[in-house]
Design a protein around this ligand. Structure first.
Ligand SMILES: Cc1cc2nc3c(=O)[nH]c(=O)nc-3n(C[C@H](O)[C@H](O)[C@H](O)COP(=O)(O)OP(=O)(O)OC[C@H]3O[C@@H](n4cnc5c(N)ncnc54)[C@H](O)[C@@H]3O)c2cc1C
Length: 420
């Protein structure tokens, strides 16, 4: 009888965590991770935080780790199709892998808007090591840089460019960069951080077209402004890589729809990480969450579940972003209806923001306030009712409050070290 074989499509943090979790759960069948990129699986977050692209490409695990754990890596080959009738994973070029179960951890791709002139050189999105190389090689030749879309990745690239003394303009369609993920109060603080570091922020505008001869030279906005540009980074959202699942008939709705264990409604297929539309146990809301830590924990939980150890990731969603040598850390998910209060930090620009829902802490974010954020995360985990004025009162010792409110909590699913 042949050995059971699980194939993981997508060798990034969710896929690698799943493979490791399968082994840690005692699975002794074959495990293969396939990734389209020709690199050992690497960390994505440094790509937008490092001026030197070589420094930015850091393997998730050393190569020997895969060998030692009996995990086969197939890198540089795209999965072309899932042949669910014959239970085979079909690779570009025609190779096939027989699979007893398939886990999709294919992540997301950068959205393109189809703006006229988008095909000019030096207009980039930022998702891969190759993108980072192209962008930062361009920035080393000089500016100006125009960032289109004020999301985290674009803002991080803007911050790196400022450390290189490059002239930077951010163009954001809404009233403020980061308005969606953070809401107006905290988005305003982050915007001021950029402005204080010399970034020009143009809000309420979109790009009408890019102009240039072969390479981009100008970004033309809808109000007629023309911004000189040597490099453009476009960060206007992502689309889930859910086509493989959709072609099998599995339900896809803004991502691959999974249950709490990562199962799709196709008996052969599972999904985890950024591509998965999941109901996170903490939020009760179906959504895709694009956080490194969540993808790692979700991948680990789904990997264990696939090999007979049903596991749910119940850790509070965690995200971080590094800008101008400062780290924004955030636990929980924000809703537009949350009541947000802000506590000043120990130094200018530093802050801790609390989002309250029905009197309970639903999310916390802090800029360069790691201890306060950790304490607030403990408070969040307790689900206790807490008064906003207690949280914002500078004389409140958040650590002591957290200790008082804390009760024992179940250990979260985890298989790799977490950056906090
Ligand atoms: C530049 C950048 C900076 C970021 N910074 C932060 C941060 O500071 N903090 C944070 O919390 N999160 C950050 N994120 C988000 C975080 O990296 C993602 O949440 C995480 O990488 C998701 O992991 P994943 O394994 O689900 O998918 P991905 O990392 O997107 O990986 C999907 C993989 O699937 C492969 N693939 C897709 N289709 C196929 C196919 N058909 N065949 C074979 N392979 C395929 C791709 O090549 C890719 O390697 C950042 C992301 C980027 C791009």
């Amino acid at each position: 009888m042949s050995r059971t074989h699980h194939v993981i499509v997508g060798g990034s943090i969710a896929g690698v965590s799943a493979a490791m979790a399968m082994r840690q759960s005692g699975f002794d069948g074959a495990v293969t991770v396939v990734d389209a990129e020709p690199l050992l699986p690497y960390e994505k977050p440094p790509l937008s935080k490092e001026a030197d692209p070589e420094q930015a490409v850091r393997p998730i695990l050393p190569e020997e780790h895969y060998r030692e754990h009996g995990i086969d890596l197939v890198i540089g080959l795209r999965v072309h199709r899932l042949d669910d009738e014959h239970r085979r994973v079909v690779l570009a070029g025609g190779g096939e892998l027989a699979a007893d179960r398939v886990l999709l951890t294919t992540g997301v791709s950068a959205r393109r808007l189809g703006t006229p002139g988008e095909e000019l050189d030096h207009i980039h999105t930022l998702r891969t090591a190759a993108d980072a190389r192209r962008i930062f090689a361009g920035l080393h030749r000089g500016g100006p840089l125009v960032v289109v879309g004020g999301g985290f990745i674009g803002l991080e690239a803007a911050a790196v460019a400022r450390t290189m003394d490059i002239d930077v303009t951010i163009v954001e369609a809404m009233e403020l960069p980061l308005l969606g993920p953070l809401g107006p109060a905290v988005a305003g603080l982050m915007t001021r951080l950029h402005q204080g570091n010399g970034v020009r922020v143009i809000s309420g505008q979109t790009v009408e077209r890019y102009a240039g001869h072969g390479v981009v030279e100008e970004v033309v906005l809808t109000d007629g402004q023309r911004l000189p540009a040597a490099t453009v980074v476009v960060g206007v959202g992502v689309v889930p890589n859910d086509q493989l699942a959709a072609a099998t008939g599995a339900t896809v709705h803004g991502g691959v729809v999974v249950d709490e264990y990562g199962r799709t409604d196709h008996p052969w297929l599972w999904a985890a990480g950024d591509v998965a539309s999941q109901i996170h146990s903490r939020t009760g809301v179906r959504e895709r969450i694009e956080h490194w830590d969540v993808a790692m924990r979700h991948g680990a939980a789904v990997g264990a579940s696939m090999v007979g150890q049903p596991t749910i990731n119940d850790a509070a969603p965690y995200f971080w972003s590094d800008q101008y040598g400062k780290s924004l850390q955030m636990f929980g998910r924000v809703r537009g209806t949350d009541h947000v209060v802000v506590r000043e930090g120990a130094a200018p620009e530093r802050f801790v923001a609390f989002w309250l829902r029905e009197g309970r802490l639903a999310a916390v974010a802090g800029l360069d306030e790691p201890k306060a954020v950790r304490s607030a995360k403990t408070i969040l985990d307790t689900n206790a009712v807490v008064a906003p004025e207690v949280l914002t009162d500078p004389s409140t010792d958040l650590r002591a409050l957290a200790r008082r409110l804390a009760r024992p909590a179940a250990a979260p699913a985890q298989s790799l070290p977490v950056k906090t």
